[in-house]
Design a protein around this ligand. Structure first.
Ligand SMILES: N[C@@H](CCC(=O)N[C@@H](CS)C(=O)NCC(=O)O)C(=O)O
Length: 253
């Protein structure tokens, strides 16, 4: 995806405007990449205000931040005259302008965290994605629902229901295995002793799955059991407080 940081002149005191993806429930975050940005902003205690955006409005509102991309994406933030698209670029910006508390820990290189994000996006999430996609329209706003079904079915070449047929969350067991092992041996967090952006990345995906299918996430959390406990479930219990949507007064677009 092409990403851009437009202008470079915000001061850290200025409120950040966060463009997040709307669903039918007002003020509810649900989309995995937007969750990452929301959790990062909240963890760092950054002052921000959300503009909730329906799928078909993304292009007109923030398309200028992603030139050449016919289907621009959220999250996007605006800080003074500076616009930043893409959750990873946003994280870099927040680490630079709001360094405390850090989400990129000194002992874990940014490159390693980026690799972890790529792993979650390309290896961990796809097996569950087809189970989850048919359940997303049910909680979207009307215009978002129409857009979602039309664009996803065009990309898949079949209906969402057909794409989901026969798929089960058990397909995540193999790609989740290394994370469970890592948590058992090096936890309590994915980056070791402290919460880091790696926890936020995995939690963002699980929040999305949970919004679509709560029972599926309970199955995922219970996949790894040993005499020492359930490492993934125990980790989830430790970090789930990060995934709250702070109530705000303003509405969407
Ligand atoms: N790599 C991007 C991916 C962002 C992304 O795919 N966002 C989804 C919402 S979670 C989106 O805006 N999709 C718009 C569309 O599909 O038209 C990031 O991490 O920011």
């Amino acid at each position: 995806m092409s990403t851009t940081t437009l202008a470079q002149s915000a001061n850290s005191e200025e409120e950040i405007i966060f463009y997040d993806l709307m669903c039918a429930a007002p003020g509810e975050c649900w989309a995995p990449h937007c969750w990452k940005t929301r959790m990062a902003l909240q963890y760092k205690g950054v002052r921000f205000r959300t503009v909730w955006v329906s799928y078909p409005d993304i292009k007109s509102l923030v398309g200028h931040t992603q030139p050449g991309n016919p289907a621009p994406t959220l999250p996007v933030i605006q800080h003074g005259a500076t616009w930043i698209a893409d959750s990873w670029q946003i994280l870099q910006y927040l680490e630079q302008h709001f360094p405390s508390p850090p989400l990129l820990l000194p002992g874990v290189s940014a490159q390693t965290t980026h690799f972890f994000q790529c792993y979650c996006e390309s290896v961990l999430s796809p097996p569950v994605r087809l189970c989850i996609l048919p359940k997303v329209p049910a909680f979207l706003d009307d215009r978002g629902r129409e857009y979602f079904i039309r664009t996803r079915e065009a990309a898949l070449g079949v209906s969402l229901e057909e794409a989901g047929r026969g798929q089960t969350v058990n397909a995540i067991r193999v790609p989740l295995g290394p994370l469970a092992k890592n948590l058992s041996e090096y936890g309590p967090y994915l980056g070791g002793e402290q919460i880091s952006y790696m926890d936020i990345i995995l939690l963002g995906f699980l929040q999305w799955f949970d919004r679509a299918d709560h029972a599926a996430v309970q199955t995922i959390l219970g996949m790894f059991k040993s005499d020492a406990g359930e490492p993934v479930r125990e980790w989830y219990e430790r970090v789930k407080h990060l995934a709250v949507t702070r109530p705000e007064a303003e509405g969407g677009v």
